[in-house]
Ligand binder design. Structure first.
Ligand code: SAM
Length: 421
């Protein structure tokens, strides 16, 4: 049988909410009767949303579907400054819970028709009187459309306690608006066939409520009925990785610096040997990173290379004078110092993440994966390939041995020679 609606009706309902979110940019959104969490899964991609809460009476359903709300690998690999926390609660919309107060938007999609009329009364008080969101979107079947649904006898679902005409829905919505200081407008999704829209209306009717006191109208501190009720059970909560988290910011910054260190190493090696090393590029391309960075990369590399040509040229000159044995014995730690100031100004991402040169130095200084000159002013890019035996030499760093063999062009290293001698 041909589907009646394209896109499917449930998708159209969710799209209605998403369009509202795009226009109004709420930061805190709660979905009541969230069921399989499919609306929450779509809303988590909206950058403005910082807190997403789902409530459903069916805890087993929430437990089954909560995993779809977890961050995916890109959220960890390429975190942004966006902040998102998701919470799932098992509880009834007929009960108060203080954690659901003060939201910008509360949605309740195809839920109210599952409530008995006394429970609907409680729901109205809980949502509009207690949660008191800036806006609310409530959808429910429009019974006037039912004759157009092929083969339908009675309600659309066995659990429905009622299905309302447009007049019934509007009368309830206007009443709760007047009682709680909201204005309401009506619309819907799932259009009727041509010529019948006015007579039967939308298949799903929707009421959009706006609090009359607007965004600043709610103040929990001045409500005399404020009470700390926690009747819902928190089943799931997750904070998405964000660059606002210092540990994550440090990790991303260090990874970025290591990335540029590796690129520079290869470029200098290629310049010296005349051989092109494809392996790194292939590896990066396979990860999808290279295509994103290719244009940015050329400019950054050129900028850094310009500042370091003197140093690399001198290393090359020295090598030309040294025999192969000498190179093997003393060239283990041929490092090119890249001033952090150059790195900071040349790599936009490094600059943006660290904020200041001082921060960059501070973050890199304590990191075991990064080699800095002794005064902390330069990143040392070691041009030698390390084989596993050589890696053992790294252990000697603590004794000062390795530092004593670093690039002769760092003032810090020269001082170190002095002390070691
Ligand atoms: N809103 C979801 C959507 O758009 O796909 C699911 C709608 S489903 C038809 C109705 C949901 O309301 C079910 O998941 C049900 O468990 C939930 N529900 C019913 N009574 C409830 C109550 N008193 N409190 C919270 N959730 C309730």
């Amino acid at each position: 049988m041909e589907p009646m609606f394209n896109p499917a009706l449930h998708r159209q309902r969710h799209q209605f909410v998403i369009d509202f979110v795009k226009r109004n940019k709420p930061r805190k959104v709660a979905d009541l009767g969230c069921g399989e969490c499919s609306l929450l899964k779509k809303l988590k991609f909206h950058h403005e949303v910082e807190l997403l809460a789902g409530v459903d009476i069916d805890g087993a359903k929430l437990k089954k579907h909560k995993h779809g709300l977890a961050p995916i690998s890109t959220d960890y690999l390429q975190p942004t400054y966006d902040q998102l926390r998701i919470e799932l609660y098992q509880g009834s919309v007929t009960q108060h819970d203080a954690r659901l107060r003060g939201f910008d938007l509360v949605t309740s999609i195809e839920l109210i028709e599952h409530l008995t009329l006394p429970d609907l009364e409680r729901f109205s008080e809980v949502v509009f009187g207690y949660m008191n969101p800036v806006a609310a979107i409530i959808s429910t079947p429009n019974s006037e459309y039912n004759p157009l649904l092929p083969g339908l006898r009675g309600f659309r679902h066995v659990d429905h306690k009622f299905e309302w005409t447009r007049a019934e829905f509007q009368s309830w919505a206007v009443k709760v608006s007047l009682q709680n200081g909201y204005k309401v407008e009506f619309t819907g999704v799932g259009e009727a066939p041509p010529g019948q829209q006015e007579r039967v209306g939308f298949c799903s009717q929707i009421a959009v409520f706006h609090r009359l006191r607007g965004r600043d109208g709610y103040n929990i501190l001045f409500r005399d009925d404020a009470e700390d009720v926690f009747s819902y059970t928190l089943l799931y909560s997750i904070n998405y990785p964000s660059l606002h988290d210092n540990n994550i910011l440090r990790r991303v910054l260090v990874t970025e610096v290591i990335y540029w260190t590796e690129k520079l190493k290869r470029r200098w090696r290629e310049d010296r040997t005349g051989e092109r090393d494809e392996s790194f590029e292939q590896c990066q391309a396979a990860e999808g990173a290279e295509s994103l960075r290719s244009s940015e990369c050329g400019a950054v590399m050129n900028s850094i290379m310009e500042h370091c040509t003197r140093c690399t040229a001198e290393i090359q000159e020295e090598e030309e004078f040294e025999s192969k044995e000498e190179q093997e014995s003393c060239g283990l730690q041929r490092c090119v110092p890249v001033p952090l100031a150059v790195l900071w100004t040349s790599c936009p991402k490094v600059g943006a993440l660290s904020g200041s040169l001082c921060n960059l130095r501070h973050i890199l200084m304590g990191n075991p994966e990064i080699q800095l000159s002794q005064d902390g002013s330069s990143l040392l890019v070691n041009l030698q390939e390390q084989d596993p035996e050589e890696e053992d030499l790294d252990d000697l760093e603590d004794s000062g041995y390795a530092e004593a063999r670093q690039c002769p062009h760092s003032a810090a290293q020269e001082e170190d020679w002095e002390t070691n001698v």
